[in-house]
Design a protein around this ligand. Structure first.
Ligand SMILES: Cc1cc2nc3c(=O)[nH]c(=O)nc-3n(C[C@H](O)[C@H](O)[C@H](O)COP(=O)(O)OP(=O)(O)OC[C@H]3O[C@@H](n4cnc5c(N)ncnc54)[C@H](O)[C@@H]3O)c2cc1C
Length: 395
C-alpha cells in the first residue's frame, strides 16, 4: 500500500491548510502541546467563546465539523480518508474542531445507521452545525466493563417511557443538550436482550447532575440521576429490547474515533524540540526514539481503521487493537516527557513562564492515565481481540 497522499488527497490537504491559515483566529490556535486523548474540556477550554462560535460557524459552513457525513445532514459529503487528513491538519494547527467529540464522533454515526428518518432530521443537522452537545449515559456505578448489567429502568407508561436510575462518569453531561441512554426494558430477559437505547433531552424534568472533579481539578464528568423522567415514545432508537446491539455499534464508533487520534506524532515532535533545549534531553533520547516508532505504528493502525471505513465497514476488533495500542502509547509518551523534564514537567498552567509548554505536560500526563480506561479498558479490548480477533473462547 502506498501511504502517501494521492494527488486529490494532497490538493484537499492544501485546501484545508489554506482555510486554517486564513480563518483560524490566532487566539484560538493553541500554543504548546496537543493534549492527551481524553484531554479534558471537550474543546470547551479553548479560549474566547465568541471567537470559538465564529470559527465553528465557518467549519460548519463547509460541512467540516463532520466532514464525512452526507451533505443532506449538514456534513461535508467527503470520504473517511479526507476526514482523516482534515483531522491531521486540525491537530497540527492545534485548532478546536467542535463542541465535545461525542455528537460528531459516535452519537451521530449511530443515528445515521439506526435512526428513523425523523430522528435523523431532528438530531443530525444540529450536531453538524455545532449547536447540539451530546453526552453518553452508558456506565453505572456497578456497570462499566460489564455494561450489559445496567440497572437503569425504562418502563412504558401510555405513549411515554418513565426512566429511573443512575449513570456515572458521564462526560459533559453538565453542558449537554441531549444524552444517549441505555436502560433495561425487560428485566426478565437475558441481560443482553432486555436493554433499549434512548435519545434523552437533558432538559427533561427529573434529571439531576452532580459534578465529579478529576485530579487535574477539571470538571469534565458527572453523575446523572433519572427520577421518573418522562420521555416520549419517539426517544427510542431501533427496536425495543435490541438496544445492546446498538450500543456496541456506538462503542465501535467511539473506539474508532479514539483510534483516529492523530496527535501522537505531533506530541513526539514537540518533545524532541524540547529535548534539544533541555540538559536532561540526552537521558531520554532512546525512549523518544521508541515513542517516535510507536507513534508511526499508531498512525498506520489508524489508517487501517480508515481504510475499513472507506469500504463501508464498521471496524470492531481493528478499532479495539488501535484503541488499546494508541491509548497505552498516550500514557507512555507523557511518561517519557516527565522523565525527561523531571519535577519541572509537573508545573501546570498558571505557574508562569517556567512551566514547559505552558504547563501542558503535567496535565496531559494526568489525563493520559485515563486513556486506557475511557471507551472501555485495555483488559476489555484484549478480551475483544482474543474472542473476535483470535477466535478464542470467552474467559
Ligand atoms: C476520562 C473518562 C471518560 C469517561 N466518559 C464516559 C462517558 O461519557 N459515558 C460513560 O457512560 N462512561 C464514561 N466513562 C466510563 C468508562 O467507560 C468506564 O470507566 C470503563 O468502561 C470501565 O468501567 P469501570 O470504571 O466501572 O471499571 P470496572 O468495570 O469496575 O473495571 C475495574 C477493573 O477491572 C478490570 N476488568 C473488569 N472486567 C474485566 C474482565 N471481564 N476481564 C478482565 N479485566 C476486567 C477492568 O479492566 C479494570 O481494570 C469514562 C471514563 C473515563 C476514564
Amino acid at each position: 500500500m502506498d501511504f502517501r497522499d494521492s494527488a486529490a488527497e494532497s490538493a484537499f490537504r492544501n485546501e484545508v491548510r489554506a482555510f486554517i491559515a486564513r480563518e483560524l483566529p490566532d487566539d484560538l490556535a493553541k500554543g504548546g502541546m496537543p493534549g492527551a486523548m481524553f484531554g479534558g474540556g471537550g474543546g470547551f477550554d479553548t479560549g474566547d467563546p465568541d471567537l470559538m462560535r465564529q470559527w465553528l460557524g465557518k467549519l460548519a459552513g463547509r460541512g467540516w465539523t463532520v466532514p464525512a457525513w452526507p451533505a443532506e445532514y449538514g456534513g461535508g459529503g467527503l470520504g473517511v480518508m479526507e476526514q482523516f487528513i482534515f483531522n491531521e491538519e486540525i491537530a497540527l494547527a492545534r485548532a478546536p474542531r467542535g463542541l465535545g467529540g461525542m455528537g460528531a464522533g459516535w452519537v451521530g454515526p449511530t443515528v445515521i445507521v439506526y435512526g428513523s428518518d425523523e430522528q435523523k432530521r431532528q438530531h443530525l443537522p444540529p450536531i453538524a452545525a455545532a449547536e447540539a452537545i451530546w453526552c453518553q449515559g452508558f456506565s453505572e456505578p456497578g456497570s462499566g466493563s460489564d455494561l450489559a448489567s445496567v440497572q437503569t429502568r425504562a418502563v412504558r407508561d401510555g405513549d411515554d417511557w418513565l426512566l429511573n436510575g443512575q449513570k456515572i462518569w458521564t462526560s459533559l453531561a453538565h453542558r449537554a443538550d441531549w444524552c444517549v441512554v441505555i436502560a433495561r426494558t425487560d428485566p426478565d430477559a437475558p441481560k443482553h436482550r432486555g436493554i433499549s437505547y434512548f435519545l434523552v433531552d437533558m432538559k427533561s424534568a427529573g434529571i439531576t447532575i452532580q459534578p465529579l472533579v478529576n485530579m487535574t481539578g477539571s470538571h469534565d464528568f458527572n453523575q446523572v440521576f433519572f427520577d421518573n423522567v418522562r420521555i416520549p415514545a419517539e426517544a427510542l432508537i431501533g427496536e425495543e429490547n435490541r438496544g445492546w446491539y446498538i450500543s456496541t455499534a456506538t462503542l465501535d464508533f467511539e473506539r474508532s474515533s479514539i483510534a483516529l487520534n492523530v496527535s501522537h506524532l505531533i506530541a513526539v515532535r514537540e518533545l524532541v524540540k524540547l529535548a534539544g533545549h533541555s540538559k536532561s534531553g540526552g537521558r531520554t533520547r532512546r525512549e523518544l526514539a521508541d515513542r517516535k516508532v510507536e507513534a508511526e505504528i499508531g498512525r498506520l493502525m489508524s489508517l487501517q481503521v480508515v481504510s475499513m471505513q472507506t469500504r463501508g465497514l464498521i471496524p470492531n476488533k481493528e478499532a479495539s487493537i488501535a484503541k488499546l495500542y494508541c491509548s497505552e502509547l498516550d500514557a507512555r509518551i507523557w511518561g517519557t516527557a516527565l522523565k525527561m523534564l523531571g519535577p519541572h514537567g509537573m508545573l501546570l498552567r498558571g505557574s508562569g513562564a517556567r512551566a514547559p509548554l505552558g504547563g501542558a505536560i503535567g496535565r496531559s500526563y494526568m489525563y493520559a492515565t485515563t486513556s486506557p480506561v475511557g471507551g472501555g479498558t485495555s483488559e476489555i479490548q484484549r478480551n475483544i481481540i482474543a474472542m473476535r480477533g483470535l477466535g478464542m473462547p470467552r474467559g
